[in-house]
Design a protein around this ligand. Structure first.
Ligand code: EPU
Length: 433
């Protein structure tokens, strides 16, 4: 568990890690070639270890150098085209191996992910897209069993959007598979997230022919084979945004270095609206010191609605709610990606926040009251981050239990926040076992 002692203003700089959600599909894309690939700026996270274990289980050789944040992957032979329940259960991103395995070997067996704590999270869009490329897909005893009659996928013009808009994972899976398909694939309704653009750039570095990245219409001309490459992934915009919100919550001067402010335009605009003074430059954002509780010049209640990129990211919704508990007045948070992604609410209530659910997907924050520390339980990665942020300003100590979630997406968070002046420590959890 993490124990956070609230009330210490933050000051200093923190350097952003590489993006988890870019690395996961990029690691899976290395299955598309027999040649070695090198990926740089790889974050040291539990989810990274999981995807690398899966790749090793499929027959890849993996060579990781933590001191340089570099990973080498070589998928020379792939004797076992299967990712089982044990892996997929732990991390839904494992499903990214489906498209590349299918395109490279002509068959794949991947356990079907169930729902998870943030919502239902089906993979029907992934499967529909692969079927449109000519794959035969069956669900058998909890597995997706896919094959390619005729041996090679065929390019096609498809609409890939779902009822909640574009799918990040669906776009990634289909884009990877289409790179080795015969002919041209056009994906309409594609995800525009920077992580998908980064995956596309990685594939291009491997020799793929892709146009339209970052737009809802991606065109891929299939090639016979892809080769190795050396690639550095983008900074993690969600990690960066979380540290910016940490600065804003405490009224501290927190400089987030090595980030890409252009990937966070909506967060920066909402922070500006909320009265957070910011300095934005090339590769950095710095929150400027201010008194968040000053009635005239402090935080202002500011509504957000989560939407696919470039809309407000669902992965920063919980952290934004933590911030808004300190903004006097009412702010409305509308979750359009995962309408039930509010497990942090009962825990923030335990700290004294004034919150309520309205209609499906909507939460109301009555902000401006001080929080007081208490034991709370983390339910998922971003909810855990929100509880740590709340702990930074709550009176006395906040104990965050089941904090293993946070290690999935934030590299050494206690060290980094500690480096900014937070008083935070990791302890063994007496509740466990
Ligand atoms: N959806 C479907 N069918 C599908 C796929 C998605 O209905 O086949 C729905 C989802 O239920 C959701 C919406 O479409 O309502 C968007 O889901 P998407 O496929 O875009 O999400 P994802 O690829 O499963 C990635 C990130 C998530 C992030 C979402 C949204 C990775 C590994 N995961 O998930 O990150 O919340 O995009 O931006 O990239 C996190 O890092 O904490 C995290 C949960």
């Amino acid at each position: 568990m993490l124990v956070v002692e609230g009330g210490h203003p933050l000051k200093g700089s923190v350097t952003c890690s590489g993006s988890k959600n870019a690395f996961l599909p990029i690691a899976a894309a290395s299955l598309l070639t027999t040649e070695p690939v090198t990926v740089r700026r790889v974050p040291d996270l539990a989810d990274v270890r999981l995807i690398l274990n899966i790749l090793e289980g499929l027959g890849c050789s993996v060579d990781r150098d933590r001191s340089t944040s570099t990973v080498g992957i070589r998928a020379e032979e792939l004797p076992l085209g299967e990712a089982g329940w044990e892996d997929v259960r732990r991390m839904r991103g494992s499903v990214y191996v489906l498209g590349p395995l299918l395109a490279r070997t002509g068959s794949a067996k991947v356990s079907l992910p169930g729902g998870c704590v943030i919502g239902q999270r089906p993979i029907d869009i992934h499967l529909r897209g692969l079927q449109e490329l000519g794959a035969k897909v069956e669900i058998d005893h909890g597995h997706v069993v896919a094959s390619v009659p005729g041996g090679r996928l065929r390019g096609v013009h498809m609409f890939l959007g779902g009822s909640s808009g574009s799918s990040v994972g669906g776009t990634g899976n289909v884009m990877m598979a289409a790179c080795l398909a015969e002919g041209e694939t056009i994906i309409e309704g594609a995800a525009c997230e920077p992580e998908i653009v980064d995956l596309g750039h990685f594939l291009i570095a491997m020799g793929a022919k892709i146009e339209g990245l970052g737009s809802p219409r991606i065109c891929i001309s299939g090639v016979e084979e892809l080769g190795g490459c050396d690639y550095e992934i983008i900074p993690d915009r969600i990690e960066a945004g979380t540290y910016m919100i940490a600065g804003a919550m405490t009224g501290g001067a927190v400089r987030v270095e090595g980030c890409e402010p252009g990937h966070l335009s909506v967060l920066l605009a909402r922070m500006h609206e909320a009265g957070v003074p910011l300095e934005i430059g090339s590769g950095f954002v710095e929150t400027q010191p201010f008194d968040p509780r000053d009635p005239a010049q402090g935080l202002r209640a500011t509504d957000v609605t989560t939407l696919p990129y470039p809309g407000f990211p669902t992965d920063l919704q919980a952290q934004w709610m933590a911030l808004m508990t300190q903004a006097p007045g009412i702010s409305v948070i509308t979750e359009k990606i995962y309408p039930d992604r509010y497990m942090h609410m009962p825990e923030l209530l335990r700290l004294g926040a004034n919150l309520r659910r309205q209609n499906a997907g909507t939460a109301i924050v009555q902000g401006g009251e001080p929080l007081s520390g208490a034991p709370v339980t983390a339910s998922d990665l971003r909810a855990s981050a929100a509880l740590v942020l709340a702990g930074l300003i709550a009176q006395d100590e906040t104990e965050i239990h089941r904090v293993y979630h946070i290690d999935r997406g934030y590299e050494r968070i206690e060290e980094r926040l500690g480096g900014l002046g937070a008083v935070i420590r990791r302890e063994s959890d007496p509740w466990q076992g």
